[in-house]
Design a protein around this ligand. Structure first.
Ligand SMILES: Nc1nc2c(ncn2[C@@H]2O[C@H](COP(=O)(O)OP(=O)(O)OP(=O)(O)O)[C@@H](O)[C@H]2O)c(=O)[nH]1
Ligand SMILES: [Mg+2]
Length: 423
């Protein structure tokens, strides 16, 4: 049998929220992670908390979490076989639709686990890809996500077939043979090649567009997902970029001209980062991330109210390093100070001050002492507290770059030659 498109289940394999869109009840999900040596329990809990947020963003309902202490994932079943049996029982007794794992599963782990649990299995990568697919608006973003999805899918086709077989009930229906899987593989390889060619064309168009913007100083908002980048973009540029309390609200890059005082520059808002961002996704979002790569100054936005904000800073730093942008000029904006909270210690408690006992001013002091390379501000984009301070800092930093670029231009941009100039 030859088909022109890959198996019907390929599409379905990714979209968990299509259930909601078709009016069926929300899927019930369980979340599964490992507590690795050297990791404390709270951290593992926080990681699963993030997985829960991802799950909700994708449209499913997390009903229970399972964490097992292991030195490394079991190569066959990710968790130990006893634990997997325990989870299988829970799945059967509680009408669980999907089991979501906090790490990327190998194709064979996926198959083995699916056999025991008897429900749909997603891993972290798959879940993130799913959210990206749902959020992609432009053909550029859609092409990038589709490429990453097919690359993820290719080695996992056999697992997919097992899943489909069970769905058909398996009675009276012969399972698909290797021929079908081979046919699908070939179709998907062709599809990947086609998407890559399309992306190349889009990349060239985007590069031309970026060049045509001239030599204005370029500033890019970067940071972990959901920290408030788009909200700050809206605040600084008086534009209306989509911002909401979900992960990956922004996938496409938006660029706006911003003027502070008499100094104009371009500000871009782009996709947020997350820990364990799938490698294929980073690869295929290369041209979206070019905006960051080609900028003169980065505004690294941090959600200081998040219990794991330091870990998030590290993830962003590593991702910036991966895309070759770690050496850029950068300022750090600690956002959401309006919802920052800490545990006050009793005066007679003489145990050392822990991270959760740091007040905002303790935090400021310790941050400034530990990072002398980057200037920072503490703001709330919601209440607009200290936003003037951020504007002033931006003015200073952009001016430095501007002066270098236009040494003979009386150091500030000449408004007479700029039709868009709005001081
Ligand atoms: N309390 C509070 N909430 C904020 C602040 N800034 C942004 N938010 C909220 O945080 C959520 C995420 O904001 P976004 O601006 O969408 O964040 P983002 O970094 O662009 O997120 P992604 O595009 O998903 O990566 C929204 O619900 C905002 O209203 C702030 O200073 N204080
Ligand atoms: Mg955003």
């Amino acid at each position: 049998m030859t088909t022109k498109t890959p198996a019907a289940g390929v599409e379905q394999f990714f979209h968990i929220h299509q259930m909601i869109e078709t009016g069926r009840p929300t899927e019930r999900a369980i979340l599964i992670g490992i507590l690795y040596p050297g990791q404390d329990e709270k951290e593992a809990e926080d990681f699963l908390g993030e997985l829960a947020f991802l799950t909700e963003t994708a449209g499913a309902e997390p009903v229970k979490r399972f964490i097992q202490k292991l030195d490394f994932p079991n190569p066959r079943t990710f968790l130990g076989s006893g634990k997997i049996e325990e989870i299988a029982l829970f799945v059967r007794e509680n009408n669980v639709d999907i089991a979501i794992f906090d790490d990327e599963l190998s194709p064979s782990q996926l198959r083995n686990i699916e056999k025991v649990l008897g429900c749909r299995i997603l891993d972290r990568t798959n879940l993130i890809l799913d959210i990206f697919a749902h959020r992609a608006r432009t053909s550029h973003a859609r092409t990038q996500v589709e490429l990453a999805q097919y690359q993820y899918l290719l080695p996992r086709l056999t697992g997919l077939w097992t899943h489909l077989e069970r769905q058909r009930g398996g009675i009276g229906l012969r399972g698909p043979g290797e021929t079908e899987i081979e046919t699908d593989r070939r179709i998907i390889r062709d599809k990947i090649a086609l998407l890559k060619t399309q992306l190349k064309k889009i990349d060239i168009q985007m590069a031309t567009r970026r060049k045509s913007r001239g030599k204005m100083v370029r500033v890019a908002l970067v940071g972990y997902t959901n920290v408030g980048k788009s909200t700050i973009m809206n605040l600084l540029s008086k534009s209306d970029v989509f911002a909401e309390n979900k992960l990956f609200a922004t996938l496409d890059t938006t660029v706006r001209k911003v003027v502070i005082g008499n100094l104009p520059f371009l500000l871009s808002d782009t996709v947020g980062f997350i820990r364990k961002l799938p490698h294929d996704l980073v690869e295929s979002f290369k041209s979206t991330l070019d905006e960051v790569r080609e900028s003169d100054l980065l505004i690294h936005v941090v959600d200081v109210s998040h219990p794991n904000f330091e870990e998030q800073i590290k993830v962003v730093d590593v991702t910036l390093h991966e895309i070759g942008s770690s050496e850029k000029a950068m300022i750090i904006v600690f956002n959401k100070i309006d919802v920052f909270s800490y545990t006050v210690k009793d005066e007679d408690d003489l145990t050392p001050l822990l991270k959760e006992n740091y007040s905002l001013s303790d935090l400021k002091k310790s941050w400034m002492a530990s990072d002398k390379h980057h200037k920072s501000v503490f703001i709330s984009a919601t209440t607009k507290e200290n936003v003037e301070e951020l504007r002033n800092l931006l003015y200073e930093e952009v001016k430095k770059i501007h002066v270098k670029r236009y040494p003979y231009n009386n150091f500030l941009f000449d408004s007479a030659t700029d039709p868009d100039f709005t001081a």
